[in-house]
Design a binder for this molecule. Structure first.
Ligand code: NAP
Length: 251
């Protein structure tokens, strides 16, 4: 059974490893091609956009895809909307792997914002030392609050034109350990942690380290899920869904 796995996350990598062992599925993994050196995958990989929902629909038809698994990042809203639309247009069974968002523990000073501009503005007028772990593409809003000292951690170096002045760049790929995150906050004298509410285990240790230091955490809220795309919270659910689609086809 031909499967298209939209990847770019740790969950997608786990699914790829599980499916590579299972000869009942012929899986292609699709990556946006954003990360310069993605981790190797044990399955055929295609890279780059499809050309919107219609391009993805054309791909599904041309390749005879019988199931579409969207395991992209919770903030990758465009490809998820395209997956929903293309699945509907072609009648392809489709599923979203949507890892649960993080939620605060009692006593946490967490605030969520609907957009990065609002979040940047809410950092306030007193200069602070801010750890930014929001990816490399959404840093420009922080140029509007140049009095803060930003420590920016991202997988690849951000475009220098997008940076606030005097930003320190740390390139690193998760998962991150609690010891490492404690040391990072200590070493840079971090006063506020800023992140997307990505959820998942791989990058959650920074929240624990921030909690230990009673640091405020400012989060970008999840984009809304597109209607009509069923979802599961983990890879086990995605595999169960796939096995059920195969059973339906009698494949
Ligand atoms: P996005 O805004 O939803 O997608 C932008 C465009 O990139 C899409 O319209 C699509 O182009 C192409 N694209 C995205 N993911 C693709 C995939 N897996 N395969 C083929 N084309 C893809 O997504 P994004 O936020 O730029 O994220 C890009 C990739 O990075 C995703 O695979 C995501 O899982 C990963 N990622 C994102 C974040 C994040 O915070 N956004 C964090 C970690 C990893 P066409 O319309 O031309 O098809």
């Amino acid at each position: 059974m031909r499967v298209l796995l939209l990847g770019g996350t740790g969950e997608a990598t786990s699914l790829a490893h599980a499916l590579a062992e299972d000869s009942r599925y012929q899986v292609t993994v699709s990556l946006a091609g954003v990360t310069r050196a993605p981790r190797p995958l044990p399955l055929p990989v295609r890279r780059g956009g499809f050309g919107g929902a219609s391009g993805l629909a054309a791909y599904l038809r041309a390749e005879g895809i019988a199931a579409l698994l969207d395991a992209t990042h919770p903030f990758a809203a465009r490809i998820t909307a395209n997956a929903a639309a293309a699945a509907q247009a072609t009648g392809t069974p489709a599923l979203r792997l949507d890892r649960p968002a993080w939620s605060p523990a009692p006593g946490d000073d967490w605030t969520e914002y609907p957009g990065m501009e609002a979040l940047a503005a809410a950092l306030g007028e007193t200069p602070r030392r801010v750890l930014l772990t929001v990816g490399q593409k959404e840093l420009a809003p922080f140029r509007a609050a140049p009095w803060h000292h930003y420590v920016i951690r991202s997988v690849d170096p951000p475009d220098p034109a997008s940076l606030p002045p005097r930003a320190e760049i740390l390139t690193a790929t998760g998962p991150f350990t609690l010891e490492g995150e404690r040391a990072l906050l200590e070493r840079h004298g971090i006063e506020i942690l800023v992140s997307k509410n990505s959820g998942g285990e791989a990058t959650a240790a920074k929240l624990v380290a921030a909690r230990e230091r009673r640091l405020p955490v400012r989060l970008l809220a999840r984009p809304p899920a597109p209607p009509g795309l069923p979802s599961v919270p983990n890879t086990a659910g995605a595999l169960a869904w796939l096995h059920a689609r195969r059973a339906e086809r009698g494949a």
